[in-house]
Design a protein around this ligand. Sequence first.
Ligand code: MD6
Ligand code: FE
Length: 211
Amino acid sequence: MPEVPPEPAVPAPLSQAGFLIWPGLLDPAEQAAWVDDLRGVVAAAPLVRPVTPGGRAMSVRMTGAGRLGWIADRAGYRYAPQHPSGMAWPPVPPRILALWRRVTGLSRDPDCCLVNYYDPGARMGLHQDRDEGDFGFPVLSVSLGDDGLFRMGGARRGDRTVSRWLRSGDVVLMAGAARLAFHGIDRIRPGSSRLLPQGGRLNVTLRVVAG
Ligand code: MD6
Ligand code: FE
């Protein structure tokens, strides 16, 4: 029988505030391929600027892929089977699924691939990812384009935080005790990457929504 070469193992991550981080896990060629894939996602499901239940427009624009997408509007935050326009979400690109499998080692694929786009003024306030049904599954995030200042805290909003710049190609896993840790993006560093022709930062998060 021919030997099947094993998937390349991921290198050991570094750990900061319980978050597992692989700096530069995606090389520049891979980052460019992700951007092509994401262009396809955005063509099928356009970026929208969500409005919070309190009526404020978020500064980040969002779309998604997969069985479910995360949406926000006056009715609340939730996962929905359709884009706000009423169309189904496009499938998660195979290259993105492959990274999930390689990093998490799980046979369960994610239900949601959330795509966030930050223009130079955009930020994301400190939050927990807690709209999913089973916090036993991790959340995986990939950063592309301009650097983003990532703030990482603990299980309570008032816990001490630490920050680090996430650069294009960096991968973060929130698992275990860090799964419900508060986190956010204080700001991006416009012009720090040439990956996206129009500038800005893309962040992709992968989640299992329902166990
Ligand atoms: C961002 N990231 O990097 C925002 N959520 O733009 C997140 O909100 C996030 O990085 C869950 C897990 C990892 C993350
Ligand atoms: Fe989050």
